[in-house]
Design a protein around this ligand. Structure first.
Ligand code: FAD
Length: 291
């Protein structure tokens, strides 16, 4: 299908994009990789009067270490995240997660800022950024503010971004010593979107007990979430298979799992618990190997 007509603006800088957003207000939308927005426009699920293309802004696609974190520009493609040597070495969970997104074409065009801003309940990144307790930097005409991943995803396709804000950077912590992580997903066979995806991050202390456990879940519900009861269950304990299974059983406590033609709410809940156990087991094995 062909989208309804709109005016196209190629922003030259973040300031230029902000000025255009200010000028056109509700009639404007930002364009990054276009791999969520363009299909929605073509299907006429969305319409826009002014499309502000961020794609020509330079400097928003870098991955660099700064202040004990890794800062990733919002326009960084999934492919660049997946293949970044810096991320693979110092924050492997995000690179592993990016490698699970869609197919080569999607990974070459789609951006981390676009994916997070779109907040698709079946997107992969929410699980990883929640487990990593990442920070999302939003820039507006008033300046910059930082939103923690835990408060960023508000509802289906809804984030804490305010009108006039642009995601400019995502910051993730460097992986601590004796830490292992894993992202596992059940993919929808055609699109690759997550029916359920689970990111686990486990840090072991000198005696092999969990000093930090973080579990991010995507696909299971209307928005990504942290499985905090699972995390708490493992805190301070030396994990074995039975313990991981017990903790994983709590991964959907208090969560209303979604149902659609791919999976009923009950099946999604079951998959979430199974993939939480598997992701935790993989993370623990990697933490032990690296310890
Ligand atoms: P766009 O489509 O350009 O924008 C998406 C939304 O975010 C728009 O509302 C836009 O206005 C807004 N936006 C964009 N950038 C910013 C910004 N910097 N600040 C504020 N708002 C912004 N995703 C997965 O996670 N897993 C998959 O398996 C998967 N499979 C896919 C398969 C197919 C066939 C396709 C077409 C897409 C798939 N995707 C998947 C989605 C893909 O990852 C998209 O790239 C991503 O969701 C959106 O990123 P984008 O850069 O393309 O954003």
């Amino acid at each position: 299908m062909i989208p309804a007509s709109f005016e196209y603006h190629a922003a030259k800088s973040v300031e230029d994009a902000l000025a255009l957003l200010g000028k056109y207000g509700d009639g404007a939308k930002l364009l990054a990789g276009g791999h969520s927005l363009i299909p929605a426009l073509k299907l006429r699920l969305q319409s826009v009067e002014h499309l502000i293309d961020l794609g020509r802004i330079s400097g928003l696609d870098s991955i660099r270490e700064a202040g004990g974190k890794i800062a990733i520009g919002a326009l960084t493609t999934h492919q660049a995240v997946e293949t970044s040597e810096l991320l693979r070495k110092k924050c492997p969970l995000l690179a592993e997660c990016a490698g699970h997104i869609g197919d080569v074409q999607v990974r070459n065009r789609g951006t981390i800022g676009g994916s997070l801003s779109h907040a698709d309940p079946a997107a992969d990144y929410p699980a990883a950024v929640l487990a990593l307790e990442a920070e999302i930097e939003a820039t507006s005409a008033k300046g910059k503010r930082t939103i923690g991943a835990d408060g960023f995803f508000v509802d289906m396709l809804t984030t804490a971004l305010q009108p006039g804000e642009i995601v400019t950077e995502i910051r993730v912590p460097l992986q601590a010593a004796s830490t292992g992580s894993a992202y596992l997903k059940v993919a929808q066979p055609a699109s690759g979107f997550a029916i359920v995806g689970v990111a686990a991050l486990v840090t072991l202390d000198g005696s092999g007990k969990c000093s930090r456990v973080r579990v991010g879940v995507t696909g299971a519900a209307v928005k990504g979430y942290r499985a905090k009861e699972t995390e708490a269950e493992l805190g301070g304990k030396a994990p074995d298979d039975a313990m991981l299974a017990r903790a994983a059983e709590r991964a959907t406590n208090g969560v209303e799992t979604s149902g659609d033609i791919f999976a009923s709410p009950e099946y999604r809940a079951h998959l979430t618990r199974v993939y939480t156990r598997r992701a935790l087991a993989a993370a623990v094995a990697r933490a032990r190997k690296g310890a």
